[in-house]
Design a protein around this ligand. Sequence first.
Ligand SMILES: Nc1ncnc2c1ncn2[C@@H]1O[C@H](COP(=O)(O)OP(=O)(O)O)[C@@H](O)[C@H]1O
Ligand SMILES: C=C(OP(=O)(O)O)C(=O)O
Ligand SMILES: [K+]
Ligand SMILES: [Mg+2]
Length: 585
Amino acid sequence: MSHAINFFVSSSSRSPSNFTISRPSVFVSTGSLRLPVNKSLRTLVVKASTSDLDEWQTSKVLVTDNGSGGVLSSVTQEYGSNNVASIEVDTVTESELKENGFRSTRRTKLICTIGPATCGFEQLEALAVEGMNVARINMCHGTREWHQMVIERVRRLNEEKGFAVAIMMDTEGSEIHMGDLGGASSAKAEDGEIWNFTVRAFDPPLPERTITVNYDGFAEDVKVGDDLLVDGGMVRFEVIEKIGPDVKCLCTDPGLLLPRANLTFWRDGKLVRERNAMLPTISSKDWLDIDFGIAEGVDFIAVSFVKSAEVIKHLKSYIKARARDGDIAVIAKIESIDSLRNLEEIIQASDGAMVARGDLGAQIPLEQVPSEQQKIVQLCRQLNRPVIVASQLLESMIEYPIPTRAEVADVSEAVRQRGDALMLSGESAMGQFPEKALTVLRNVSLRIERRWREQKRHEVIELPSIASSFSDSISEEICNSAAKMANNLEVDALFVYTKNGHMASLLSRCRPDCPIFAFTTATSVRRRLNLQWGLMPFRLNYSDDMESNLNKTFSLLKARGMIKSGDLIIAVSDMLQSIQVMNVP
Ligand SMILES: Nc1ncnc2c1ncn2[C@@H]1O[C@H](COP(=O)(O)OP(=O)(O)O)[C@@H](O)[C@H]1O
Ligand SMILES: C=C(OP(=O)(O)O)C(=O)O
Ligand SMILES: [K+]
Ligand SMILES: [Mg+2]
């Protein structure tokens, strides 16, 4: 039997119309020792009646066939006469929780780009075991059949082994890049050599020292004297002669050319981008890839070289009309000067952002990248959009089994900034030590997160109100308060019952000290929550009766050894818009 303080707020009057207190219980914190006082449940219910809630009543159970069933990790129990209850959580979260307890679970999420080094089933499994939350496939590379095989393997991994790895598809975009070197894995350009960059098509093998360029306007746009930079300067050429479709270039900084490497050209020390700025953000090939992603039911589509919010809005409405659940999240990659110019509106329009430092660093001075990263991470937090810090985090681990100290410092800084996720690119796609690289990310994340909590450095970052309706404001206030209470009372975990993940993201935004158990009815929502800081997503069927939901959750989690009697939790829900403080019975 629960005892509650209830505040019922009618959304039309904006004033409390009903106020009852019925002998609440309270838990007090005395340093590190917490003592239960009186009864076991304290509830603050702020109820707003909205159509959202009505929708809830009719869609209590939402199950998709889209991916993970988490079969091995689900526990089933009888509830009532014919109501079978089960809870699904990924095996890694479960064992982390059991081994290390609430506090030491990892809050920063990890993304691995899948490539030739990691596309085998066992290799994917090894990454999942090491903590990969999201597998990224980069449509710049590989064939559609290859990508389909990777998706199929990740799905099978989820189904057979109880993981909940989400899939992110990253578009190629239409910036200028080299062709695929006629099948060679790399080519060495030496100082003083003359190379031919051409828009002509060749059947492999390519003539010697020839590079094809994907952009038809290339030969027209470059001028003699321009600097041509491969991958932001890994190799540098100077344009010395233009002959029809061919551009003869002198190698001035030697280095390794990799297939499909990005090309930028510079004139008088400035990036030339007038013409390529006219290229579409989503090319015709990208649209085909997006159709493929929708058909495969990927969880995220990351859009390369976003220039404005318009393209994101366009893609989102396209997905909404076509996708089975209409719920593929769109991530804006911030990697161009234009995306920095329109940053706020792009992030507003998107479901998340990526600080794509690889190409960003080829477009703006390198020394400007760290401050842009910090700005983007902070803005995403304010606007409540998950943010990924990507590229060259552990670049040296493509070749070496340990990272440089500077790389570890860079990863630490991204964790300290409280980005939602870190991403591996070449390290996991084609490096020699993909699992070791992931372990480094995991260990650094755990260490920095713990240090941050120990120092009790609740950062004073201003979280502006972002709600667009009164009901949203209530959710936001509830989450802000619940997170604050969770820190002050030093609770073990926050529980959030969230239909579409919004309440969970609002809690994550507060970056509380304790982990957030997010219970959702949809498998697809559960996978998407994998990208957000501090969230442990569970799939669970539940009703609109919070007391029964809580009891059900407690018994299921206790049966799994994931919580125990006496643990102190705060529960919030988007059905009741409530905060409840209680200890596990
Ligand atoms: N599907 C793939 N097939 C072959 N190689 C890949 C694939 N995905 C990634 N790679 C390799 O890993 C490198 C790093 O991946 P990523 O950062 O995603 O691409 P890029 O360097 O082109 O931006 C690529 O340059 C490429 O050599
Ligand atoms: C993540 C990035 O994009 P891609 O790897 O697709 O070039 C980047 O440029 O940093
Ligand atoms: K890409
Ligand atoms: Mg890029």
